[in-house]
Design a protein around this ligand. Structure first.
Ligand code: SF4
Length: 398
């Protein structure tokens, strides 16, 4: 077995290994999701793309209003190349971070120094709160690698030294390991945060059931917050995609500030699951890039869409997927999936877990370098394809 880096989710685990013997794929340390991702990626085979490169270049040059979309499954180097290609073609560059993540990262909570890296959480995180985030469905190894199970410098007993709280609108798998489980009405996050913040300031007193939560449970949760020397809130799609992200994130920032004003450490970190959401955000947050691409797609403003690296048709909301299907789709990425099937022309590439080339940015903003390993025979990558496309476009236009 050789060391690899998994890109099955935004944890980009670099403490894992894999090997292939005949038709058997063996892995060490990968979660179920990561192992399945690796097995699928190993079945991909890419032939010669030369003819399709020509066709894609012609379609891109002929586009009247071009959108370059996707990107959260590609490397940081491919994102940079994509931005260059968008400039060459005078197309709009947008990404699937538009669905909540970008707005969340533009919120002032991220300019307040409330973030730390996951190694710090492992060593210091005492009260861990998953708020609208269920790692058992997305970032499988988040609890076992960083936030719940492992021992750390100030966490000598691992899980025994930590308190776990889960706030969600339904029972989740993650709740099974929690000391505090708060099931709230959908859309009441900001209200609950206000109540907790008032309680911490000594301004309210909780009596009876609050927002569907028994008063005693809420009081226990708040007293856990007061006792903890280092609280870390991991907020997920329930917070950022609820249509109320601004009030929710403001409430979380206030909670962190209230805990800090009592002399405790407190932090808030996002839980976006797509492997390189943070890389795309880092590359585009300060630029003038499309942030309302989905509305513009639905309004029929784009006639051609180049989709890079991910099966967006499988994940977009119905009306957007329908509008996208009415455009000329060209696709660059691993074979298979709805988007590849629906595309006029596709250029197939190997997955980054196989090529082992480039970097992606982990959910806590740390860049992770991929590792070359033996099965990486076919180096047809998204980045090499984008470079060739840009050269072809420039040649055809001159
Ligand atoms: S947690 Fe994510 S990155 Fe880590 S092994 Fe599982 S799928 Fe791969």
């Amino acid at each position: 077995m050789e060391d690899i880096v998994c890109n099955g989710c935004s944890l980009l685990c670099d403490d894992v290994a894999a090997g292939v013997s005949g038709k058997t794929v063996n892995s060490l340390g990968l979660c179920k999701l990561g192992h399945m991702h690796l097995e699928t990626a190993l079945t991909h085979s890419v032939g010669s793309n030369e003819k399709n490169l020509e066709k894609v270049a012609d379609i891109l040059i002929g586009a009247e209003n071009l959108l370059l979309y996707g990107w959260t499954h590609t490397s940081n180097e491919a994102v940079r190349e994509g931005l260059g290609l968008a400039a060459t073609l005078k197309g709009k560059f947008a990404s699937s971070t538009d669905m909540g993540a970008m707005k969340a990262m533009a919120h002032s909570i991220h300019s307040k120094g409330l973030e730390i890296d996951l190694e710090y959480v492992r060593n210091n995180g005492e009260f861990i709160i998953y708020w609208g985030a269920d790692p058992s469905e997305s970032l499988h190894r988040h609890p076992s690698r960083f936030a719940v199970l492992p021992r750390g410098k100030k966490i000598p007993e691992g899980i025994e030294s930590r308190t776990i709280g889960v706030v969600d609108v339904r029972q989740t798998e993650t709740m099974k390991m929690a000391n505090h489980r708060l099931i709230i009405h959908p859309g009441s996050d900001a209200e609950l945060l206000n109540i907790i913040n008032s309680e911490l300031e000594g301004k309210s007193s909780i009596k009876g059931t609050v927002l569907g939560i028994p008063g005693s449970e809420l009081v226990g949760f708040i007293s856990g917050l007061q006792k903890s020397d280092c609280t870390v809130i991991f907020y997920g799609s329930g917070v950022v995609n609820s249509g109320n992200h601004d009030a929710n994130l403001t409430g979380i920032a206030k909670l962190v500030e209230a805990l800090r004003s009592n002399g405790k450490e407190a932090y808030a970190l996002p839980m976006f699951d797509k492997p390189n959401t943070m890389g795309v955000i880092k590359a585009t947050l300060t630029g003038k890039y499309e942030t309302n691409s989905l509305q513009r797609l639905v309004a029929g403003e784009f006639d051609t869409v180049l989709i890079v690296g991910e099966d967006v048709l499988a994940n977009l909301p119905g009306p957007v997927a329908k509008a996208l299907s009415n455009t000329k789709i060209v696709y660059v990425g691993p074979p298979g999936g709805l988007t590849d099937n629906r595309a006029l022309v596709s250029i197939h590439t190997m997955d980054t877990i196989i090529t082992g080339l480039g970097t992606m940015t982990r959910v806590d903003m740390n860049d992770i370098q991929f590792k070359k390993w033996k099965p990486s025979k076919e180096d047809v990558t998204i980045i090499s394809t984008l470079i060739k496309l840009k050269e072809l476009v420039n040649k055809k236009k001159s």
